[in-house]
Write a protein that binds this ligand. Structure first.
Ligand code: URA
Length: 430
């Protein structure tokens, strides 16, 4: 085959601050996916994009080229409307677990194709795999019939959706080019557009435990993604949320499932409930149901019924005991006062070092490992009171986890400023 472009010319254009055409971007993504453009060349290109940015038209072309690199799911045969959520990731972010069944309890289909965790943010599939018997891999037919019958599916995304993105994301990960808005936006949105959902709510986080810590940059990311979604025919909105402190009290896998079940049972931590309800409202509004009683579905068992059906449909036992770690280590308050700081990122790193996360894609996670918080910023504490409990299967892991937590929390005096990053929901886009 005669190649219409030369990768080096395209790299030079981007390096020198120029713009690439639709045909050039389409060719580049296709040629990279089939192995004609080498990793070294694509690394140079992603660095040029990182340094010089992309025009809105280029970001759109890149996104659509990545969608075109694989299969596009089609839900037009489904009897229900589809609506989905994507979070840019955070510490203790288990919202998908109560959210998908909650939204599905109103008769809407929620096709959640999720990933595994890498680094300090946990993966939804890792959390659910702590439920005995539950399986993440479904055939296309199982996926569709579960969507029709139960309404909510949380499962692994197949390798056929936006394969260009998996290749590119792995390359960005090892070349210091992850945190570029055009690359993040096209990566996330190519997968969501290929997934075929009719509506999408994005939870774009800022603060210590977020991918982009600066609120202005995360708003910019949200604006780019909302435009990409709507241009591609997916009704898209974003909620801007604060990830300065971990969400809820549980950070890990099995403990996050436990906390999610509390929310589905009408209880659970106030911040997890607030965000679950806010995102559910947005998703249902986009699906044409603006005035439904979202909180009621958490209180009256409707959402819990869908959760149980969803877990069972994927081989899991919703009544089975969740794993408990072999060892625990409790950290207590060293003085009376007010908890003024609980920084998300170090808590995420500590949970990861306890075994809740993985350093390489192939590593297993330890489902019972993690951290349970006993107080949140703003709470009054007394000397000797437990602040948080670390759990792990191997006690040797505690020292490195505690090292990560050095300086991550602080007790002050009443009236001291609280470093909680402000309101949980900071704004919306779209
Ligand atoms: N999540 C993604 O899927 N892609 C990115 O680039 C960043 C976060």
């Amino acid at each position: 085959m005669v190649e219409p472009f030369d990768a080096v010319d395209l790299i030079r254009t981007k390096r020198d601050g120029g713009a690439l055409s639709t045909a050039q971007i389409g060719w580049l993504v296709d040629a990279y996916t089939r192995g004609y453009v080498a990793d070294e060349q694509m690394s140079a290109m992603t660095m040029a994009i990182f340094l010089n940015g992309m025009l809105p038209a280029e970001i759109k072309d890149l996104t659509l080229a990545m969608v075109a690199s694989g299969e596009r799911l089609d839900f037009s045969g489904l009897s229900k409307r589809t609506t989905d959520k994507h979070s840019t990731g955070g510490v203790g972010d288990k919202i998908t677990l109560p959210l998908a069944p909650l939204v599905a309890s109103f008769g809407v289909a929620v096709p959640q194709l999720s990933g595994r965790g890498l680094g300090h943010t946990g993966g939804t599939l890792d959390k659910l795999e702590s439920i005995p018997g539950w399986r993440a891999r479904l055939s296309a037919q199982e996926f569709m019939s579960q969507l029709d019958e139960v309404g909510a599916v949380i499962c692994a995304a197949g390798a056929t959706l936006a394969p260009a993105d998996s290749k590119l994301y792995a390359l960005r990960d090892i070349t210091g080019t992850v945190e570029a808005i055009p690359l993040i936006a096209s990566s996330i949105m190519s997968k969501k557009i290929a997934e075929g959902t009719a509506a999408l709510v994005l939870d774009v986080k800022h603060g210590s435990g977020a991918f982009l810590q600066d609120p202005a940059r995360s708003r910019e990311l949200a604006e780019v993604m909302v435009r990409l979604g709507n241009d591609a025919g997916v009704a898209t909105r974003a909620v801007l949320t604060n990830m300065q402190v971990p969400l809820g009290f549980a950070i890990g896998n099995a403990n996050e499932v436990r906390e999610s079940v509390e929310v589905l049972d009408g209880g659970g931590p106030a911040d997890v409930v607030e965000l679950t309800v806010a995102l559910a409202r947005e998703m249902l509004d986009l699906a044409g149901m603006p005035n439904v009683d979202v909180e009621g579905a958490l209180k009256n068992g409707k959402a819990m019924d869908v959760w149980r059906a969803m877990i069972r449909a994927q081989g899991g036992d919703p009544d089975a005991a969740l794993p408990v770690a072999k060892e625990a280590s409790v950290v207590t308050a060293d003085r009376d006062g007010v908890l003024v700081k609980q920084e998300a990122l170090p808590f995420g790193i500590a949970a990861w070092r306890l075994g809740a996360g993985r350093a390489r894609k192939e590593d297993p996670v330890q489902h019972a490992a993690g951290i349970d918080l006993h107080a949140k910023p703003g709470d009054t504490v007394v000397k000797g009171q437990p602040l948080f409990t670390l759990s792990a299967d191997e006690p040797a892991r505690f020292a490195r986890a505690l090292e990560a937590l050095d300086g991550a929390w602080a007790i002050g005096d009443p009236g001291d400023p609280i470093d909680d990053g402000g309101p949980l929901i900071a704004g919306r886009v779209g």
